[in-house]
Design a protein around this ligand. Structure first.
Ligand code: TRP
Length: 455
């Protein structure tokens, strides 16, 4: 077997994993659900989940990956005496593949909006016109699929480049660019007149809006945003250098991911308020409301550079989506490479073709195939539903049960301490949470999700 490639440095490992974690979940999803469930109150619960459960779940995936040096299916199989655990890995991979199908649809929209904003097609449109622009674009047959294909081609190219010369290198360049773009947008947003109302919306805790549903959404968002529970971090864990401190690595990734989500809120809400738009725009916030915000910054209104900021914003969103979809596809490619390490290109092309078909199907279900319903929902909604309610908490639950109850405690201790060379005074807390608290919390999310969806 050819020598297994991994990341070359701690920075490379962190950049790649931050690339996976920071995505549409941070910039498109976090701000609107934070606003929806009580701003600061939601943020508080979210932070607790991110650091107590999400980060320790990531640490667990890193342990499984680095210890086994395998991708999920083989990782579970090799670390457990029971071969059936390989199905936990398989379930994770299937979930990632479905997530990728949907992720590509939205990434295709963001790529299209990069073109639309750079070519000035969004400038001057009224909020109503922006609304119908989005509706007619997302329901048309060909154009969204072309942009999905362009985005997927970029993703595949990076993966074909390899773990070091593709994923690591691209992440090391794109992540700093993303932070700079986000910082520029934040400064622009908070310096608009009337911006403080947006900061207040985002940060002032309103516990009356924090429902049980909001608390569940916070845990779901924490897992999705950190890319944990489905085995992607097992794959990246297997690429982490042997002498890296896994706790430090997870902490860095978690802090960066969380800060970027908060910064995205700061870039979006003050501008939305300053321009008198509706902050509760939901999933359409980024595609319908934000372009209106940028338009109102154009010269005729005395606030310059709307078109430039719109272009920067959609480039930012596309970069964030790209490094995430790379990780979702890499999880699949890594599995193929276990059998034929030399056929990386072939695996990438075959898997891309399959996922392109799934994404195209999802995209068409917003338009010409919208009449095609399974159990009353379109294909897009159906996959979205399975993907958010059942599979992620189930996969995450299996991961924590595996590290908390199946793997020998001494192996975990050995991996966390780099074979005894690091002090791991936190071990007791980690083990307690992974063994008891995390499974309980995930079980509650899973069962409540199932019960709610039956009503
Ligand atoms: N974390 C990414 C985001 O916030 C999405 C993502 C990438 C993901 N890889 C994942 C989610 C693996 C779950 C599992 O947009």
């Amino acid at each position: 077997m050819a020598e297994k490639q991994g990341f070359t440095s701690s920075f490379g490992a962190i950049a790649a994993a931050v690339g996976s974690a920071v995505g549409l979940g941070n910039i498109w999803r976090f701000p609107y659900i934070c606003g929806q469930y009580g701003g600061g109150a939601f943020l508080l619960v979210y932070l607790i989940f991110v650091f107590l459960i999400g980060m320790l779940l990531m640490l667990s995936e890193f342990i499984i990956g680095r210890r086994s040096q395998h991708s999920p299916i083989f990782a579970y199989e090799s670390l457990s005496p029971h071969k059936a655990w390989r199905y936990a890995g398989l379930l994770g991979l299937i979930t990632c593949f479905l997530i990728l199908g949907l992720y590509l649809v939205i990434s295709g929209w963001t790529t299209n909006y990069v073109f639309d904003s750079i070519t000035g097609h969004l400038a001057g449109l009224s909020p109503d016109q922006l609304d119908s622009h989005f509706a007619s674009f997302s329901s048309s047959a060909l154009r969204p699929i072309i942009f999905i294909a362009i985005f997927l081609a970029l993703t595949a190219l990076v993966i074909i480049g390899g773990v070091q010369k593709g994923i690591e290198k691209v992440s090391k360049i794109l992540m700093p660019v993303l932070v700079v773009l986000l910082a520029i947008l934040c400064v622009r947003s908070v310096t608009l007149p009337g911006a403080s109302a947006g900061l207040e919306y985002l940060f002032r805790p309103d516990f009356s809006k924090l429902t049980g549903e909001g608390i569940l959404a916070a845990l779901g968002q924490a897992l999705f945003s950190l890319s944990v529970g489905m085995g992607v971090m097992i794959v990246y864990g297997s690429y982490i250098p042997n002498n890296d401190n896994l706790l430090k690595t997870s902490l860095w990734i978690t802090v960066c991911d969380t800060l970027i989500a908060i910064l995205a809120g700061i870039a979006i809400f003050p501008a939305v308020f300053a321009c008198g738009q509706d902050p509760a725009g939901g999933p359409g916030l980024v595609f319908k409301i934000l372009p209106a915000v940028f338009n109102s910054m154009n010269p005729e209104s005395g606030l310059p550079f709307g078109t430039i900021f719109a272009s920067l914003f959609f480039i930012l969103l596309t970069i964030a989506a790209l490094t995430s979809s790379i990780s979702l596809l890499e999880a699949q490619v890594a599995w193929g490479s276990e059998y034929h390490p030399k056929h990386r290109t072939r695996h990438t092309l075959i898997l891309s073709a399959i996922v392109l078909a799934i994404a195209a199907f999802c995209s068409l279900s917003n338009g010409v195939l919208s009449h095609l319903k399974v159990a009353g929902s379109t294909i897009f909604d159906l996959i979205d539903h399975i993907n958010s309610i059942y599979l992620p908490p189930l996969c995450a639950l299996l991961t924590v049960l595996f590290t908390g109850w199946v793997m020998p405690k001494s192996d975990i201790r050995d991996e966390l301490s780099n074979h005894g060379s690091l002090r791991i005074s936190y071990f007791g807390i980690y083990y307690f949470i992974i063994r008891y608290i995390a499974p309980l919390a995930l079980l509650v999310v899973l069962v409540t999700g199932i019960i709610n969806s039956l009503h």
